[in-house]
Write a protein that binds this ligand. Sequence first.
Ligand code: ARG
Length: 263
Amino acid sequence: MFGFNRAKKSLVAVAATAAAAAATLLGAPSAAAAPQPVVGGTTTTASAYPYVMQITTASQSQFCGGTLVAPDKVVTAAHCMVGRSTSSTRVVGGRTYRNGSDGTVAQVSRIWIHPSYTSATRGYDVAVLTLSSSMPYTTAPYVSASQTGVYAAGTTARILGWGTTSSGGSSSNQLRTATVPTVSDSSCSSSYGSSYKASDMVCAGYASGGVDTCQGDSGGPLMINGVLAGIVSWGNGCAWAGYPGVYTRLTTFSDLVTQQINS
Ligand code: ARG
């Protein structure tokens, strides 16, 4: 939901990349199809991915994603929750469409935001919600602190969400999913410079772009080998060549998240 404020120093590079991407699109008819949300993805259902939650306002308007990791605990991004009250927030499970009224709506009794969080590009982009009632859906396992091998460059990761279909586009009514390869720290550092903090973040996406999470997907899962390994956090535009999506590196926060889930 929140745009990434690109670093001033990368403005020129960004403009050049965007122009190159536009030129590529013009020259390649097969790539000219309308961008799809979770850009480049396919539609899916909440029953196929029962742990995927909509984070909504009190009037059930979805603005972020989340992952059910225990019947009454949802992992999401800190930047989704900052400034929000429990009473203005709901978690909706089992709902494939943003405009649906099915599934299960839970109130939120507690919002934990990583105490060091200030902004997504500075890291610590993790929050845990405690629900007032349990969700009747299968939970997702999440990475342990020692499972750092899941981020090996090139590993297939699954992204999910109701986010926009392109940078600055509109949200998808139906849940979408796609897979993207994880990106090495050195490669992601060359994309984002010092904004990329390998201790707290991991990148995923194709070098040529085309598939990515986007605005409104934030907080949602990055699943690797069947475990929740990352949280949609930020990126420069969406699906742009040379700018992979940046996800919270959950191994770094696994012990803290475990504490929250057990408290
Ligand atoms: N910050 C965005 C949100 O709040 C997510 C952006 C993800 N961007 C990307 N290129 N992967 O929804």
